[in-house]
Structures are given as structure tokens and as C-alpha cells.
Design a protein around this ligand. Structure first.
Ligand code: SF4
Length: 189
């Protein structure tokens, strides 16, 4: 399953001329122009020829945790690790599905300690062992520790449905970041 990043595609149409018919590709409206992939001619060639490196194989399941207090909106008033709950999603071949609603665990140490306390990062990680991507409105200084294990993705949008759309739009970039040795983190736009 291949996806075209709307953030990178400029609608040049090169892939359209190169991809084979019948390729399984996640339908994507390019930012600049809608490309008709049904009439394309060779996907491998297209993938390599894309000047924007916008095409990516997304046949890899990733697990995401969205930080929330009420299951309606993303937590915005504090760091991701301070969320009451996590909504755990699976994303596979461009399809996002809710797997589980999970409670966070309370950090039992002195809450007046700085937000960068390593114990807090460890506590957050303890309930998210099966997760690849953390999605939140804000991350604290512990982001440097969390990035060793996760992709930390910041969103400026609180509405969870809209955040789901942002995840789908950025799925190429999320998978790329997950597979990097040195992660920088992402802002989903
Ligand atoms: S070749 Fe790349 S940039 Fe050009 S239309 Fe295809 S995906 Fe978009």
C-alpha cells in the first residue's frame, strides 16, 4: 500500500505516467492537483522518480496514543504525560481505528518537581509500551527522553476528529520519523 504525502506532492504528474494499472494505492488528493492513479503505469519507478519523495510504502502498522482528559479533545493545558487518558489508535494502510481507551497512571512522586523529572517520563512510558507515536498539544522537557522511544507529534488542533485527519495527512512523515535513528519530533499540520 502506497501513500502520497499532500505536504510534499506538487502535482507534477510524473508518477501518473509511470505507475502500473491496478496498483493498490491509498487515494490521495494532491495539494496542487488531483492525480489519477488508476491510470498510472509502474509504481516502483514512480516512487523513485518522484522529485519530491512524496510516495511511500505505508504497509506498516503503527500504534498511536492521543493524550486527552475527556475523550473529546486533545489535552492542551498541560504536557502530554499529564493527560488523564490515552486513546490508542492503530493506523494500517492509511486506515485509522480506535483500539482502546486507556487510563494514564498517576506519578506518585513530589509533583512540585520539575516537569523534566525522568521519573515522569518513565511513568508515562509504563502504560504506553506498545505505542510508537505520541500525539499531544504540548510536550515538556521530557520530550528528549520520550523521543528515544516514540515519535512525539504536536498538534495545534484540539478536536479529535480533525486530529485523525491530520494523522492521515502526515502518515508518510510519521512513518519516516519512526524509522529514523535520531528523531526530532513532528508538528502535524
Ligand atoms: S511524482 Fe511526486 S510530486 Fe509529482 S504528482 Fe506524483 S507524487 Fe506528486
Amino acid at each position: 500500500m502506497y501513500n502520497i504525502s499532500p505536504n510534499k506532492c506538487v502535482g507534477c504528474g510524473i508518477c501518473e505516467k509511470l505507475c502500473p494499472k491496478g496498483i493498490e494505492i491509498f487515494e490521495r488528493v494532491a495539494k496542487v492537483k488531483k492525480v489519477d492513479y488508476k491510470n498510472a503505469d509502474c509504481l516502483e519507478k514512480a516512487l523513485k522518480a518522484c522529485p519530491q519523495k512524496a510516495i511511500k510504502d505505508i504497509t506498516e502498522e503503527i500504534i498511536l496514543a492521543l493524550g486527552t482528559d475527556d475523550y473529546k479533545v486533545i489535552k492542551f493545558d498541560d504536557h502530554f504525560g499529564m493527560s488523564e487518558h490515552f486513546m490508542i489508535y492503530s493506523c494500517f494502510k492509511g486506515k485509522l481505528s480506535l483500539k482502546e481507551k486507556r487510563n494514564n497512571v498517576k506519578y506518585e512522586e513530589d509533583e512540585t518537581k520539575l516537569h523534566g523529572d525522568p521519573g515522569k517520563a518513565k511513568t508515562t512510558s509504563s502504560v504506553l509500551n506498545d505505542v510508537d507515536i505520541l500525539v499531544g498539544g504540548m510536550f515538556g522537557p521530557n520530550i528528549t527522553r520520550l523521543r528515544n522511544k516514540y515519535v512525539c507529534a504536536v498538534v495545534r488542533e484540539q478536536n479529535i476528529e480533525k486530529v485523525q485527519g491530520l494523522i492521515k495527512d502526515n502518515i508518510n512523515e510519521i512513518i519516516e520519523e519512526k524509522n529514523k535513528a535520531q528523531r526530532k519530533g513532528l508538528v502535524l499540520r
